[in-house]
Design a protein around this ligand. Structure first.
Ligand code: NAD
Ligand code: DAU
Length: 355
């Protein structure tokens, strides 16, 4: 069967997508991942024995290595997730974001184009380059309104600016060279196997470790949360059935302030893993310095993907959060990562009591 390249398949969303494609599609999956601090092969434990799963430890900036992979596997498409993904890290040090998210996407586009231009029909027509992006490219909303496919770009962090650049490159490769692309822009994901620098896993792990729960600014910032397996299902659909040259916005229709998310998590933890000394985990909340340039609100209008492709989220925010908390409580080994010392010092300097 035809192979599909998944870049960033050892990351949070990529590993969920690889598991889903192996379970629900006939493709061979070639996971192309550099294994940065965020890439964890343990997230793919269940896939390694599958003869349809292949792994290559490759940097998407390495053109020669990409050319060799295209020649070896002759894929029918690419689903591109590899990226530097954490906003705070991009504020601390933007270089890797420029390199991987912009130069890496350019390098992958050029390798894909060179391969695709030599394909004969019908393989040439059927080829897809699916670029996985974020709602952060649209900037920040006020109290009203939602992002949709027609929203103008207005990225405001080094991370979102690098993702916006990559979105523009992908669309330019379609308009200029005819490369058959699709783009998806998704809201905040959560679920098992997310690196514990992001809000939800950080709060779960800090809570049970008896550490402070650092809330940036007032905690009134709003995100639109989507369970990771719902995103993976949407990516599978967009890759196979998305119209060439089109964009699809994906979101959970689950807007919550950061404060509400942390309070809800504490309530679930109080029930599933009562605090050793009694009382509620809510007592560990601390308000710390705000994130520079902190976007107030993100929300997605997912009407297009619902109407055109029949997608909608299956997991509710409450059921997804409970599953997520239960997973982190049961998987301490997975969590045993080394965090980058320099980055941690920056967090402490900027946000005060950040662990
Ligand atoms: P992640 O940080 O968990 O994983 C990123 C993966 O990319 C890691 O496995 C890492 O090793 C790999 N990688 C990084 N640089 C690489 C390079 N130069 N070459 C090859 N591999 C490299 O990220 P995630 O949260 O799973 O996000 C995946 C994608 O989805 C990203 O493109 C991100 O912008 C996008 N996205 C994320 C969210 C979210 O809420 N997490 C929402 C919308 C879109
Ligand atoms: O919207 C999609 C984006 O969601 C993705 O493109 C990014 O890759 C992903 O990291 C995520 O970005 P956010 O910045 O929204 O996620 P993060 O988990 O870092 O923060 C969520 C909110 O919580 C944000 O308003 C900042 C706040 N926060 C975060 C941390 C880590 C805190 O208040 N305290 C914290 O310790």
């Amino acid at each position: 069967m035809a192979a599909v390249f998944v870049t960033g398949g050892a990351g949070f969303i990529g590993s969920a997508l690889v598991r889903q494609l192996l379970a629900e599609s006939p493709y061979d999956i070639v996971n192309i991942d550099k294994l940065t601090y965020a890439g964890n092969p343990e997230s793919l434990d269940g896939c390694v024995a599958d003869p349809r799963y292949h792994f290559s430890r490759t940097d998407i900036c390495d053109r020669a290595a990409l050319d060799a992979l295209f020649a070896q596997h002759r894929p029918c498409g690419v689903i591109h997730l590899a990226a530097e993904s954490h906003v705070d890290r991009s504020i601390h040090s933007a270089g890797e974001f420029i390199q991987t998210n912009i130069v890496g996407t350019y390098t992958l586009l050029e390798a894909a184009r060179a391969y695709w231009e030599r394909l004969a029909e019908p393989a040439r027509d059927a080829f897809r380059f699916h670029h996985v992006s974020t709602d952060e490219v649209f900037g920040s909303l006020g109290r009203e309104g939602r992002f949709a496919e027609t929203t103008a770009y207005d990225p405001r962090s080094p991370y979102s600016a690098s993702k916006a650049s990559s979105d523009h490159l992908v669309r330019a490769w379609h308009h200029t060279y005819g490369l058959p692309i699709v783009v998806s822009n998704c809201s905040n994901n959560y679920g098992p196997r997310q690196f514990p620098e992001k809000l939800i896993p950080l709060m779960i792990l800090n809570a049970v470790a008896g550490k402070p729960l650092p809330i940036y600014g007032t905690g009134e910032n709003v995100r639109d949360w989507l369970y990771v397996d719902d995103h993976a299902r949407a990516l599978h659909l967009v890759f196979e059935r998305g119209a060439v040259g089109s964009t699809y916005c994906i979101g959970g229709n689950a807007e919550h302030t950061n404060l509400a998310v942390v309070d809800t998590l504490c309530g679930i933890l109080d029930e599933l893993h009562p605090r050793a000394g009694g009382g509620s985990y809510r007592e560990q909340k601390v308000f710390v310095a705000d994130r520079p340039g902190h976007d107030l609100r993100y929300a997605i209008d997912a009407g297009k993907i619902t109407q055109k492709l029949g997608w909608s989220p299956r997991e509710s925010f409450m059921s997804g959060l409970r599953r997520t908390v239960a997973w982190y409580l049961a998987n301490h080994d997975w969590v045993a990562h080394v965090r980058n010392g320099e980055y941690r010092r920056w967090l402490e300097t900027h946000y005060g009591s950040h662990p």
